[in-house]
Design a protein around this ligand. Structure first.
Ligand code: ADP
Ligand code: MG
Length: 142
């Protein structure tokens, strides 16, 4: 499987619950390496830019409000099949549908406050990583 990079965000609900360590542990135990991290508190406008693909969706405004409600931890993960592996570890968007043992099954309260974001394709991973990180911030662990 090809080595890939993907963007993960620990959302404001999971940061507030103090489960950053538990989430990163799951990535590391499953062969993903953290190669960049950034804690930040987005404005609603910045969150809107990040989630621009969803701007026509009915939940867009609430999503931007939630993502700017507190600090987040953005990180770049690197490893074999990183994009899909991260999505598997996250679980389904709606925690009620998330498989047992996934991050969202264990830490998400609702479809809005669902603990983590993960890029959904290699192309979007590239775009999302550049939203938070420049080349000099990315420290390959290979
Ligand atoms: P994912 O985060 O699993 O990639 P999407 O890209 O479809 O999911 O949606 C982005 C985020 O928007 C979700 O993580 C969730 O926080 C929110 N969201 C998605 N669908 C809904 C919905 N039906 N109602 C409320 N919030 C939603
Ligand atoms: Mg998505």
């Amino acid at each position: 499987m090809a080595i890939q990079r993907t963007l993960s965000i620990i959302k404001p609900d999971a940061v507030a619950k103090n489960v950053i360590g538990d989430i990163i542990r799951r990535f590391e135990e499953n062969g993903l390496s953290v190669i960049a991290t950034r804690m930040t508190h987005l404005s609603a406008k910045q969150a809107g830019r990040f989630y621009a693909v969803h701007k026509e969706r009915p939940f867009y405004k609430d999503l931007c409000g939630f993502m700017s409600s507190g600090p987040i931890l953005a990180m770049t993960l690197e490893g074999s099949n990183a994009v899909n592996l991260n999505r598997q570890l996250m679980g389904a968007t709606n925690p009620k549908e998330a498989e047992e043992g996934t991050i969202r099954a264990d830490h998400a309260n609702s479809i809005d406050a669902n603990a983590v974001h993960g890029s959904d394709s290699e192309e979007n991973a590239g775009i999302e990583i550049s939203f938070f990180f420049g080349d000099l911030d990315l420290n390959s662990r290979l």
